[in-house]
Design a protein around this ligand. Sequence first.
Ligand code: ADP
Ligand code: MG
Length: 207
Amino acid sequence: MDFLSEYESKELLKRYNINCTPIFLCSNEDEAVNKAKELGFPVVMKVVSKSIIHKSDAGGVLLNLNSEEEVRQAFRKLIALEGAYAVTVQQMAEKGIEVMVGVSENEQFGKFILFGMGGIFAEVLEDYSLRLIPLTREDAEEMIRETKGYRILKGYRNFKADIENLTELLLRVSEMVERENIAEMDLNPVFAYEDGYMVVDARIRIG
Ligand code: ADP
Ligand code: MG
């Protein structure tokens, strides 16, 4: 009944060709520095801890780290947080339109997927759509079209999302849930771009 860590969740997602930020798990400072150099600055570092669920609330997400010294300081800060046993070093994703993809289970109907706008849209407008798993391509297309945010996603002012690739993301999540017996999943946020998307945070529960 345990949740996979963000690192483990992203490793699993990658096996289904779902785009996630390149990420490394590091247990010491030098390793973090080496991986940051390998990725190229800026990088993002996050705490890995069984007892922390909302990483940013706990001060466990450090963005836009630009030098070896910043990475060293970040490592020390993160590893001191409650229950921390490692940190992740990951690529800093370019800003996109924030959307989210969730999976959950209803006793009566079974597993379903949620697609919605992320960030303030999610909080204020509760703008999301739901479908039972497995999804057909038509389901996935409808889910995206149903949200209020679709007007933004399809292209509004200087916002535009790659609807085709978001559709593909929903279909891959549906397939993955079936094959891996996933009970719960939270991809939040996913950054949607004019060309493609990137899963920035992920949390998966098997079972
Ligand atoms: P939490 O556990 O608090 O949900 P997240 O991993 O979602 O932590 O990080 C909080 C916020 O930091 C995200 O909503 C996103 O805006 C930003 N963020 C996290 N990881 C990255 C990344 N790799 N690149 C760019 N921004 C990121
Ligand atoms: Mg998150």
